[in-house]
Design a protein around this ligand. Structure first.
Ligand code: HEM
Length: 504
């Protein structure tokens, strides 16, 4: 009897969970939108949720299958999202009628410290005020000063390659580019965002690196916690679970708050984020709290760390497969180096490297870092087409998906999309790009605020590497990056191996 009762209870619980996991699946039928059959728990995201494909692959294949519709329903796990496949619709929602869609959706509703204070998570007027406070921080003039700090980290990275690998002897050696770039990204973030000098090459177990790594939530245990929090937010909050460990967050808060105090007391100036935030805080009418200021430095872990590191890796991966492109880039790097007459690289010299810019642009297209971005509808809105005909009625609370990686791989906009072709971004051809189809840094007032910072770090790193090394394939170089990557980033599971051949 008891066994039967237990079985019935388990069956009942199973049925309830199944019902819950599919309870949203009628949404698009009811609202008259085309959609693909979703599966319990995973919706239309089976491949990426079960770690069988990267988000980019999953989402661009979904876009490819549905691109005949201007607008289509997507089940992101069990969350219904309305995907805009049409560039004009994207322009309307993200730019022209931005006031109806001013926020990102909240993937998680945790109340823990710092998360809700990050610019990317802030909403409405609070977001607007913080965006205004931060905009002066990321101007070209500010980046120009910050570049000197990055140069020190580049030099330490090269020094490490020279000594650790015995490259000074002229022999080629194999490098896991991801490990190298993660360390560099860490040191650059420490110095530019937190005012801290660390050398992760000489001192790989430094506290900043270890604590910082435990916060990156695109992988490992952090990733699982994030998925859990977004799938069952109520249970997550009910059990008082947190994405980040409080003592690790406290470490960063202390770091920034103490640095601010020390600098104020001793009148110290250093061209980094702490300095810029101190200045912006003074000029702003908003009385930002310590946490609100620290949270903006904290963003670097989520926005800059993996993205910058991955962009160097995917670009280097393309260079080793396209030796002609690498050689032409090397020529530009060499010319820049000669023009600098022994001076270190600077922001203006980076800006002048046109071919470098074409290559990075193409890398951002083909190996899109942000597979998609999203918006949240805050006022009812009727979307119309160019002739004024109604396309769809959005309701408050609707979540919108912008399929960045899908657009980037659409042969209508980028013929032969799997081909790495920097010429798409040449002076002569970049005018042919269809507006709102190339969106590596998002679109409209809510676009990426850190794009200048990212581009200067990545270009600076590649300049320094290419000046000294030719990059070639090694026996362990991944053959099928597109197919083998998992999660939010294009990182092969076996490592990002490549061969560095010292230039004479
Ligand atoms: C290659 C590197 C990067 C890529 C590809 C990238 C991409 C993006 C994308 C696609 C968005 C969403 C934009 C939208 O919804 O329209 C975004 C937002 C954002 N990014 Fe980046 N990002 C990068 C680096 C950085 C860096 C270095 C920072 C430094 C602080 C940063 C800070 C932010 C912030 C704060 C937002 C939210 C902006 C807001 O809500 O107002 N990103 N980024």
């Amino acid at each position: 009897m008891a066994v039967l009762e237990i079985c019935l209870a388990l069956l009942g619980i199973g049925l309830l969970i199944y019902k819950w996991s599919t309870s949203t699946f009628k949404t698009f039928e009811e609202r008259g939108l085309p959609f693909e059959k979703p599966y319990p728990f995973v919706g239309n995201m089976a491949g990426s949720a079960l770690q069988k494909a990267s988000f980019q692959k999953q989402l661009s294949e979904f876009y490819d299958r549905t691109r005949q519709h201007k607008i289509v329903g997507l089940f992101n796990l069990r969350t219904p999202m309305i995907q805009l496949n049409d560039p004009d619709m994207i322009k309307k929602v993200c730019v022209k009628d931005f006031d109806y869609f001013p926020n990102h959706q909240l993937f998680i509703t945790t109340k823990e410290r710092l998360i809700n204070d990050m610019l990317s998570v802030m909403r409405d007027q609070r977001w607007k005020h913080m965006r205004n406070t931060l905009t002066p921080v990321f101007t070209a003039a500010k980046m120009r000063n910050m570049f000197t700090l990055m140069n020190d980290s580049f030099a330490e990275c090269l020094q490490h390659l020279d000594t650790a690998s015995g490259a000074a002897s002229g022999k080629s050696f194999e490098v896991d580019m991801k490990v190298l770039c993660n360390k560099l990204s860490n040191d650059v973030i420490a110095t530019t965002a937190f005012g801290l000098k660390v050398n992760s090459f000489d001192n790989p177990n430094n506290e900043f690196y270890e604590i910082g790594q435990s916060l990156v939530f695109s992988r490992g245990f952090q990733f699982l916690k994030f998925m859990f929090a977004s799938l069952v937010p109520k249970i997550f909050t009910m059990f008082k679970l947190t994405i980040f460990e409080a003592n690790k967050v406290d470490y960063f808060v202390r770091l920034v708050v103490e640095a601010i105090k020390y600098r104020e007391q001793h009148n110290i100036h250093r061209p980094d984020m702490i300095q810029l935030l101190m200045e912006s805080k003074k000029e702003s009418q908003d009385n930002w709290s310590d946490d609100e200021i620290v949270a903006q430095c904290f963003i670097f872990f989520f926005a800059a760390f993996e993205n910058n590191s991955n962009l160097v890796c995917t670009t280097a991966y393309e260079l080793l497969h396209n030796p002609d492109i690498q050689e032409r880039l090397y020529e530009e790097v060499k010319e820049t180096h000669e023009a600098l007459k022994g001076e270190s690289l600077n922001y203006d010299a980076v800006q002048k490297m046109e071919y470098m810019d074409m290559i990075i642009s193409e890398s951002l297209r083909k190996w899109t870092l942000a597979a998609a971005t999203d918006r949240h509808c805050s006022k009812d809105y009727t979307l119309t087409d160019e002739d004024g005909n109604k396309v769809f009625d959005f309701k408050v609370g609707d979540r919108i998906n912008i399929p960045i990686s899908g657009l980037h791989m659409d042969d209508k906009y980028f013929p032969d999309p799997k081909k790495f072709d920097p010429e798409r971004f040449s002076e002569e051809r970049k005018g042919d790009l269809v507006p709102y189809t190339y969106l590596p840094f998002g679109v409209g007032p809510r676009n990426c605020i850190g794009n200048r910072y990212a581009l200067m770090q990545v270009k600076g790193m590649l300049y320094n590497l290419l000046l000294k090394y030719k990059i070639e394939a090694s026996p362990r170089t991944e053959k099928d990056l597109w197919g083998s990557a998992r999660g939010f980033n294009f990182t092969p599971r076996s490592g990002f191996w490549m061969q560095f051949v010292p230039r004479k």
